[in-house]
Design a protein around this ligand. Structure first.
Ligand SMILES: *[C@@H]1O[C@H](CO)[C@@H](O)[C@H](O)[C@H]1NC(C)=O
Ligand SMILES: *[C@@H]1O[C@H](CO)[C@@H](O)[C@H](O)[C@H]1NC(C)=O
Length: 508
């Protein structure tokens, strides 16, 4: 190992000093070991990922075999359900192509994520917080509809983007009935002591969409009132007091939902679309879960398109002038407006706009996602459903289940500062050839299922993927909870306001 000049160095050093040199290094070596061992006793920052069962991360390796599509009819043990009239409604809430997807075996045995099952306790909140917002009225004592035959409809249009609250709650309710489907990450428990997660069934996005405008005779808008009631309800529950909310799961997918309550309920985990409007302590990637928007464009079933059959190179549809982070849109418009094979148009996708956008995205190789009012938007999920390779220009975007999905396999990411340089974006996109595009297009078809919402939910659909992401947060929640409870048996502290040990920095 000695270098060329090594021997000459040793020649000039006399034996005696060489001996003392080795003695000193040996002593230093032993001392350094001593310090290493001592420091191992001290509490250290704990990487949450290390806590999670490594099995949890193997899910996607098996994803293909798990992507068996169950026939929706067989998902509930009770077949008559779907024969009844109410089932017509259930059908409407499904994506139109749910039945067209065939059950496909790829030779390997189907494998169920037994290790990912989480027990969920759901508060029996009054219907005004959930299905009551859908004009559903309880019959009898239960505050919940019987999901085997009575599924309230969720309003369509743009409301649907944030409808995860609806799908997740339905899935919890359905977990009490036998299902043929293997899609069951969640099991509802009736005793909160048995639960991994305490679920707060408030349809906050719908509450924002429907009731955030104050009526003339009201002092406060309905959305504010509901949030106040929710905070009052939650903080009075034993479950909340026990944990300080740390094992609670709250839905706030619309970026403006829970605007007031989140400042009081933030120890809980949120399900969000991004962190754009949240201070880091209130919401962060450590404790919260990012869920996809429900796409508005219908899925492209039997997509037989090719690189050459999609005439448009790059497609963008959206409002051009936006406040906040949306400046890049204007810049890009001026950079791209003279390119012949680029479609850049304004106006949000609504009503008749959906049909045009569907045709547009299906006829395009790449679809632009530029940050608007918020870093995220449903456009990304529309692009995925259209198998139009997303080009993401949104530096602060958060992506669903990114701990198990590598988005760079089917999305192009461009930094905003680069995208607005003359010719940068267009040259970059033109440089992506047929082979590379086709690889990404194939990958899009593999992953699209992860972004589809179904009831009853299907294996590895959006509902199950969100629950699995929640399941991966459970070990970290439990750690917080146990730390929080260290002194639960001790007499109250003489020091006022010292309820628990201080949190290590950067921890939550
Ligand atoms: C819930 O479970 C705990 C612990 O197992 C038990 O002590 C308690 O009595 C149970 N509560 C009810 C209402 O069954
Ligand atoms: C795809 O299939 C449709 C209908 O079967 C057909 O009209 C269309 O030309 C096909 N497109 C390509 C690119 O083969």
């Amino acid at each position: 190992m000695a270098e060329r000049n090594g021997p000459s160095f040793f020649k000039v050093v006399c034996r005696k000093s060489l001996f003392s040199f080795f003695t000193i290094t040996t002593v230093l070596f032993i001392m350094s070991w001593f310090f290493v061992l001592r420091s191992a006793d001290r509490p250290q920052f704990i990487d949450n990922n290390m806590l999670a069962n490594s099995k949890l991360f193997s899910t996607l390796d098996d994803s293909k075999s798990q992507m068996l599509k169950q026939n929706v009819e067989s998902s509930f043990g009770n077949r008559e359900v779907l024969d009844s009239e109410d089932a017509e409604q259930a059908r409407k809430t499904k994506t139109p192509n749910a039945k067209e997807k065939v059950v496909k075996f790829d030779g390997r045995k189907c494998h169920q994520n037994d290790e990912l099952v989480i027990k969920v306790y759901m508060y029996d909140l009054p219907p005004e917080f959930h299905f009551g917002l859908l004009n559903w009225k309880p019959s009898g004592n239960s505050v919940w509809p019987d999901v085997r035959k009575d599924i309230p409809g969720y309003p369509g249009g743009l409301n649907l983007q944030h409808s995860i609250e609806f799908w997740l709650t339905l899935d919890i309710l359905a977990s009490e009935f036998p299902r043929a489907s293997k899609a069951k990450t969640v099991i509802r428990v009736q005793n909160s002591s048995d639960a991994d997660i305490i679920f707060v069934p408030f349809f906050s996005s719908l509450s924002y969409n429907r009731y955030s405008k104050r009526k003339p005779n009201e002092k406060k808008n309905g959305n504010k009132i509901l949030q106040e009631k929710l905070v009052k309800y939650l903080t009075a529950q034993d479950e909340w007091k026990r944990s300080g909310g740390k094992d609670h799961l709250i839905l706030a997918h619309h970026p403006n939902s829970m605007l007031d309550a989140r400042m009081k309920l933030w120890p809980a985990a949120f399900i969000l679309s991004d962190f754009g409007r949240y201070p880091p302590v209130i919401a962060n990637v450590e404790k919260d879960v990012i869920a996809p928007y429900k796409h508005l464009i219908t899925s492209y079933v039997d997509d037989n398109s090719t690189f050459d059959s999609r005439p448009t190179l790059l497609y963008f549809q959206g409002a051009i002038y936006r406040k906040d982070g949306g400046l890049a849109r204007q810049e890009l418009f001026y950079l791209l407006k003279n390119e012949k094979d680029v479609h850049f148009s304004f106006g949000s996708i609504q009503k008749d706009g959906i049909k045009k956008a569907t045709e547009g995205m299906r006829a395009s190789k790449f679809c632009l996602n530029i940050a608007g009012d918020t870093p995220s938007s449903n456009r990304l999920f529309d692009a995925i459903a259209s198998h139009c390779v997303p080009v993401i220009i949104s530096d602060a975007i958060e992506l669903p289940y990114e701990d198990v999905i590598d988005y760079s396999e089917f999305c192009i990411f461009v930094r905003t500062m680069d995208a607005i340089k003359q010719n940068f974006l267009i040259n970059f996109i033109r440089g992506i050839g047929k082979a590379e595009w086709t690889r990404m297009w194939n990958k899009l078809k593999e992953v699209e299922h992860f972004f589809e919402f179904h009831f009853p939910s299907e294996e590895n659909d959006a509902v199950q993927m969100i629950w699995q992401a929640v399941a991966r947060k459970v070990p970290a929640m439990r750690l917080k909870l146990n730390r929080y409870g260290r002194f639960s048996r001790s007499p109250p502290s003489a020091e006022k306001g010292l309820k628990s040990i201080p949190a290590p920095r950067n921890f939550w």
